[in-house]
Design a binder for this molecule. Structure first.
Ligand SMILES: [Zn+2]
Length: 391
């Protein structure tokens, strides 16, 4: 299985210049290669429509074509970069085209703020005590706050406004031994920032996270008042981006701690499938932001569970808040009704608690009797997280 380890790195001023230049060169390569493919696509379209290129034009420019071409037409800037890093840039483009065919958006030209990482896919990097050695760049100070496990496969350098990080994607060979499933829990992730367990417990994100979210709204409002293209606006943009980063980091931290707690405590963890849920609702921006947090929590819980030989299951959340978890009858209520109170069986409990029990009840397996088959069934249900083109 794969595991990612991320650390902060501290380049010197000089190194930072080189890192920025590398990013910029990769970004230009990406955009040029994209424009080449676009042109070709347009030619192909014309060919189909008017049959004006009867002979010889290739149907499609492949990764191999572009990598091949690159290898004997490097610019001076490109020569300063480890060749695999450049190849990886073309691979990314190739991947976004493949994703496009799988219904993702058409690959976009990358602006300076968007293109923020480059990858050594195999070699060209080494890690020593306190130092990350990057080919063509040098030794960068690194704070390695935990041990890397497994075999490092790729090394990605990422810029985050004014900070730099390295992440290693590692392959871990240790066989995973499935545990006997004894304890199960259903989890309702709400519209609010709260999660509710089927045993009635609630987990609340730390207060500072909520405070920071308020601050973000303030700073964004300030940004919207600044004149487009002005220096003040650019400064405000950076402020907003930094608040964003703070929130993201705190959320990740919260998601790590919560998922760790869940996996340590329960063998079988059931969430609602947010993707199915979102297909049924039209959602607001604020909602999709909070969902991003839930996706992360579910993703982290999944990977920790997998590592521990435990199970995470996603179930269809349809009507989980409406139906009675006691007798199964529908008890319609709108969002403002916080209590579930069943006229059929008399069950009264918190709305989200009722939903969490329904989520657990929808699970495919019965706790205690789960065998390999049930496990296999769960694993086959596909992963919920769309692969970002690169992260
Ligand atoms: Zn009932």
């Amino acid at each position: 299985m794969k595991k990612t380890f991320q650390f902060r790195i501290y380049p010197s001023r000089k190194q930072e210049v080189v890192l920025n230049r590398t990013l910029s060169t990769c970004r230009h390569l990406y955009n040029d290669a994209l424009s080449e493919r676009k042109k070709q696509a347009e030619l192909n379209r014309l060919k189909k429509e008017f049959d004006v290129f009867p002979l010889g034009k290739p149907e499609w420019i492949s990764y191999e074509d572009q990598a091949n071409h690159l290898s004997h037409s490097k610019t001076d800037f490109q020569k300063e970069i480890h060749s695999q890093v450049l190849q990886n840039t073309l691979k990314r483009l190739d991947r976004s085209f493949r994703n496009f065919f799988n219904d993702f958006g058409y690959p976009r030209f990358q602006g300076r703020n968007r293109y923020n990482s480059f990858t050594y896919p195999q070699s060209g990097f080494a890690i020593e005590t306190g130092k990350l050695n990057l080919s063509k760049i040098g030794n960068i100070r690194i704070i390695q706050h935990r041990e890397i496990e497994g075999k490092i496969k790729t090394c990605t350098i990422k810029k985050d406004i004014d900070q730099w990080h390295v992440s290693f994607s590692c392959k871990i060979e240790t066989p995973i031994i499935p545990v006997e499933i004894k304890t199960g829990i259903g989890i309702d992730v709400g519209l609010s920032s709260l999660i509710t367990l089927s045993n009635g417990r609630q987990i609340e994100p730390p207060r500072f996270l909520r405070e920071k979210e308020k601050k973000l709204t303030q700073e964004q409002r300030r940004l919207s008042r600044k004149k487009k293209g002005s220096g003040k606006r650019n400064k405000q943009k950076i402020i907003v981006a930094k608040v964003h980063r703070k929130i993201r980091n705190q959320r990740t931290d919260f998601a790590h701690k919560t998922s760790r707690k869940l996996v340590d405590t329960y063998d079988h963890i059931v969430f609602e499938d947010l993707q199915i849920k979102n297909m049924m609702q039209n959602h607001h921006l604020a909602k999709s932001i909070s969902d991003a947090g839930w996706y992360q929590l579910i993703g982290l819980t999944k990977s920790k569970a997998e590592y521990a030989g435990k199970i995470v299951e996603l179930v269809n959340a349809r009507n989980t808040s409406q139906n009675c978890s006691g007798c199964g009858n529908p008890v319609p209520k709108d969002l403002s009704v916080r209590m579930h109170s069943c006229p059929f069986c008399g069950l009264v409990l918190d709305r989200d608690h009722n939903a969490a029990i329904n989520i657990l009840n929808r699970s495919n397996s019965t706790v205690g009797t789960t065998g390999i088959n049930a496990r296999q069934g769960l694993l086959d249900r596909g992963s919920m997280q769309r692969d970002a083109p690169w992260l």
